[in-house]
Structures are given as structure tokens and as C-alpha cells.
Design a protein around this ligand. Structure first.
Ligand SMILES: C[S@@+](CC[C@H](N)C(=O)[O-])C[C@H]1O[C@@H](n2cnc3c(N)ncnc32)[C@H](O)[C@@H]1O
Length: 268
């Protein structure tokens, strides 16, 4: 990944941590402020493996994209895409097809600015700043319509983001609406903080995240499974991220990746 430095700090609120920047710091990125690093160190105090949990989530993303590509999916809608890091969706998808198309969506201005700098004038990959709680606006966006052909299957990616959507914002209606809007053969990919973590560290994640612009809410396996309603959940179902088609080439992850459950389902 080329290093892109620009005026990414201009106009950005550096007083309140954001999930995008905390996650960036855990992944070894440099697009974060002192407040983000303080929160990340709070997480690392209760969960010394927080960095490898973040890395394991990225490894799941990589494996999932490769699986979708193998199923013939050539376009992706990445909601809550985050600050670009190693192995972004367009780079992985283009291992299978150099013309793969990607729309990145994030609410965080730093994530969007840095994505824009990375993508440049790529004709097949764009980023938009939007709130995924308003999916209708995203799908109606002319730039999105130009990049994605909604009559063809789309990989809808919701990684480590639905826990930022509280019940009041109807996360299930949001995901089911997206499912209804995409063509048969499309996929829904989810990874999500879970309260089934046997070590109980999810509570500290919830509490610390409340200091950021988006509080995280951990959910149970049953609740996370609801996101896949109306789709065919592929094997091995809703499992911890290190259990989903592990790849021997990935860094070994320890039991602490039990903080995140994931799954992949296809729209019939
Ligand atoms: C923990 S990061 C995950 C990044 C990436 N999906 C991954 O798994 O590597 C969560 C991202 O979701 C974004 N996000 C949170 N709430 C959002 C919303 N309502 N609309 C769009 N993006 C949102 C945050 O800004 C952040 O970049």
C-alpha cells in the first residue's frame, strides 16, 4: 500500500475518539489522534490481544472476499469500510478479476479522505461519505449506481460495523432492506462484536467505545444470525472469525478472537 499523506487532519474533530481511528491505530496505521490512541490503550489493557483481534477481522474479510470471488461475485458494497489498510477490498477482489468494482462507504471523514487519496481516479472503485443507517440514499447515489450494477450479484460487506448500530436504529431492517435491494446470488457478509465471548471482555469494549462517537453494542449468536434471514447461510454458519474457513497462511490467532462472530450468506 502506498503511503498517502495529505491534509487529512483539516476540519477533523480530534477531541473525541472515533471507531475508525481507534481501529486504524490497532492495525498499526497512522491516521489517528491522541484521544484515539488513549482509547485503544484502554482496550489493550483489558484485552492485550486487541491488535490481533483487529488483524483477525481483516483476515476474515480477505477469506470472505476470495470465497465470494470464487462464487462469481465481481462487485462489492463495503459499508463502514474504515481507514484503508493492508489488503483493501478492491485489491483482494482484483486478484480474481482486475475489473472488480467496489463502493466504499463510511461516515468518518478521515476514512473517506484517506480512501479517496488511495483510490485516486480508479474508474471502478469509489468512496462516499454516508450514514449506512440511510441505505436508500446510498443505493440511489448516482456515483454508486454508476459503479454497481444492481441487476447483478453484489457482495454486501458489513464488517465490524453493525455493532455500531443500536436497536433503536433498526439494524435488522437495515440489513434486510439491503438484502431485498440486491440481485439473487448476492452475498451478505457480517462480522460483529459478540457477548458470547467466554472471557467477558466485550463489556469493556462496550464501555470504552461509549467514549467514542459511536458506542458499540455486543450481540448474541442468535441475534447476529438474524442478519442472515432470507438468505442461505453458508458453512460453517455463524462462528468465531478464526473458525471461518481458516487459511494456514493467515497469522495464527488465539482464543481471544472469540470477541467477534461472523458469517456469510447468499441470497437465493
Ligand atoms: C471497526 S471499523 C471496521 C472497518 C472495516 N469494515 C473492517 O472490518 O476492517 C468500523 C467502521 O464503521 C464506520 N461506521 C460506524 N457507523 C457508521 C455508519 N452509521 N455509517 C457508515 N459508517 C459507519 C466507522 O467510521 C468505522 O470506519
Amino acid at each position: 500500500m502506498a503511503t498517502v499523506e495529505s491534509d487529512w487532519t483539516l476540519g477533523v474533530d480530534a477531541e473525541r475518539p472515533t471507531l475508525a481511528r481507534v481501529y486504524d491505530y490497532l492495525l498499526g496505521g497512522t491516521h489517528n489522534f491522541g484521544v484515539d490512541r488513549d482509547l485503544a490503550h484502554g482496550l489493550l489493557k483489558v484485552e492485550p490481544q486487541a491488535r490481533s483481534v483487529a488483524a483477525a477481522n481483516r483476515a476474515f474479510l480477505r477469506r470472505a472476499i476470495r470465497r465470494l470471488s470464487a462464487q462469481g461475485i465481481r462487485q462489492f458494497l463495503d459499508l463502514g469500510s474504515g481507514i484503508p489498510t493492508q489488503g483493501n477490498v478492491h485489491q483482494i477482489a482484483r486478484e480474481a478479476d482486475e475489473d472488480a468494482r467496489v463502493v466504499y462507504v463510511d461516515i468518518d471523514p478521515v476514512a473517506v479522505a484517506h480512501s479517496r487519496a488511495i483510490l485516486g481516479d480508479d474508474p471502478n472503485a469509489i468512496v462516499i461519505q454516508a450514514d449506512m443507517r440511510r441505505p436508500g440514499e446510498i443505493l440511489a447515489d448516482p456515483a454508486v449506481r454508476k459503479t454497481l450494477d444492481l441487476s447483478e450479484p453484489v457482495g454486501v460487506l458489513l464488517l465490524a460495523v453493525l455493532h455500531a448500530i443500536p436497536e433503536d436504529d433498526d439494524p435488522y431492517g437495515l440489513v434486510h432492506g439491503l438484502r431485498d435491494a440486491v440481485a439473487p446470488g448476492s452475498a451478505v457478509v457480517v462480522s460483529h462484536l459478540t457477548n458470547e465471548d467466554p472471557y467477558g471482555t466485550f463489556e469493556a469494549f462496550e464501555q470504552l467505545s461509549a467514549r467514542s462517537t459511536t458506542a458499540a453494542v455486543a450481540r448474541s449468536r442468535t441475534e447476529i444470525s438474524r442478519f442472515f434471514e432470507g438468505c442461505d447461510l453458508s458453512e460453517p454458519g455463524v462462528v468465531f472469525i478464526h473458525e471461518w474457513h481458516p487459511d494456514p497462511q493467515d497469522d495464527p490467532v488465539d482464543q481471544h478472537s472469540t470477541l467477534i462472530l461472523c458469517g456469510v450468506a447468499f441470497k437465493p
